[in-house]
Design a protein around this ligand. Structure first.
Ligand code: SF4
Ligand SMILES: [Zn+2]
Length: 321
């Protein structure tokens, strides 16, 4: 299947309207259960911070929906973190009291883009999160330079940076418009690991133009590549519609979201590698396609494998077997 090549302007032009967000509140916040590096289930505060939009325009991205058109105002990130921790009942001075050990500060962009997180806010942020065992942020390789290590030097706890690999498919990666080569990715991850920063990554399951089986195979190859580069954790993201470009591709027959059974196959292969943690993102699981009879059983199996990091017995279904 040949995909239409789209530049940043064309991708932006196909977008529906953004959601209404304000710079004094995250757009979502929650406590989740997630296995830590020692395979112990821990509680993690996940904040989806509202901030400036990412300067890249990846074809599959829908994170821009909850971003600001302007630079993030100074003080806004600190205000959002303070508000969410209070709302969740987590004391930043002692998060362990609520059995929380890690915090994700996901900002729908790049944490070390100063338009997204003003450097003036760093000390306040570090103060708010310094008592968590691990602080996880997201960042494109282009922003994995000096600033990142300057921030790390102010944070007296483990910094973990999530860097999107997306896919190592040689035609699909450039088509994603992520403006990143595999070599840039490898160098960024190696720099992080050498500097004592833990690396996790996002990998797409079934980007456009791939068949169901190709979607599984390329996700598995991408997990292997990420582990080879030095990441400790792979977070798998089923590609979904809803951002304009993906909906147009779907209408043209060039994209279908992955089947739930394919997500099981990729997660099984990733966990079976035994090289680090592997999670399947179950956000928007109502958008995944699959057999209605065994759908819930398969989603529960994925959720259990996410939490235990062990393979679970397969689901047998009279309908789709
Ligand atoms: S780099 Fe990440 S946040 Fe930015 S457009 Fe691409 S996927 Fe979205
Ligand atoms: Zn079934």
């Amino acid at each position: 299947m040949v995909l239409p090549v789209l530049n940043s302007e064309q991708i932006a032009a196909q977008r529906p309207a953004k959601n209404l967000v304000t710079p004094d509140r995250p757009y979502a916040w929650m406590i989740e259960s997630e296995c830590n590096v020692d395979r112990v289930l821990q509680q993690v505060v996940t904040l989806f911070l509202t901030g400036s939009e990412c300067p890249f325009r990846c074809t599959m991205c829908d994170l821009w929906k909850n971003t600001l058109d302007t630079a993030t105002p100074k003080g806004a990130i600190n205000e959002q973190i303070t508000f969410a921790l209070q709302d969740l009942g987590v004391d930043p001075g002692n998060p362990g009291k609520s059995e929380v050990s890690a915090i994700k500060l996901y900002n729908s962009s790049n944490f070390f883009d100063q338009r997204a997180v003003p450097v003036e806010d760093w000390d306040g942020i570090c103060q708010l999160v310094q008592n968590f065992e691990t602080v996880i942020v997201e960042n494109h390789p282009a922003f994995c330079g000096k600033a990142l290590f300057e921030f790390q030097s102010r944070l007296p706890t483990q910094l973990e940076v999530a860097v999107g690999l997306e896919t190592i498919h040689p035609e699909v990666l450039p088509w994603l418009n992520k403006q990143m080569s595999l070599e840039q990715y490898r160098q960024a991850v190696e720099r992080l690991v050498a500097g004592g920063v833990r690396a996790r990554t996002f990998i797409l399951v079934k980007p456009p133009s791939l068949s169901e089986q190709e979607g599984v195979d390329w996700a598995v190859k991408s997990i292997e590549f990420a582990f080879d580069c030095g990441v400790e954790c792979c977070s798998l993201v089923p590609v979904r519609g809803g951002n304009g470009t993906m909906d147009q591709l779907r209408a043209a027959g060039l994209f279908e979201p992955p089947q739930i059974a394919s997500l099981e196959d990729v997660l099984e292969a990733g966990i079976g590698m035994n090289r680090g943690r592997v999670f399947m993102d179950l956000w928007d699981s109502q958008l995944f396609s699959g057999c209605e009879v065994c759908r819930e059983a398969r989603l529960s199996r994925i959720a259990r494998m996410n939490q235990t990091q062990r393979l679970e017995p397969g689901v047998s279904c009279h309908e789709c077997a």
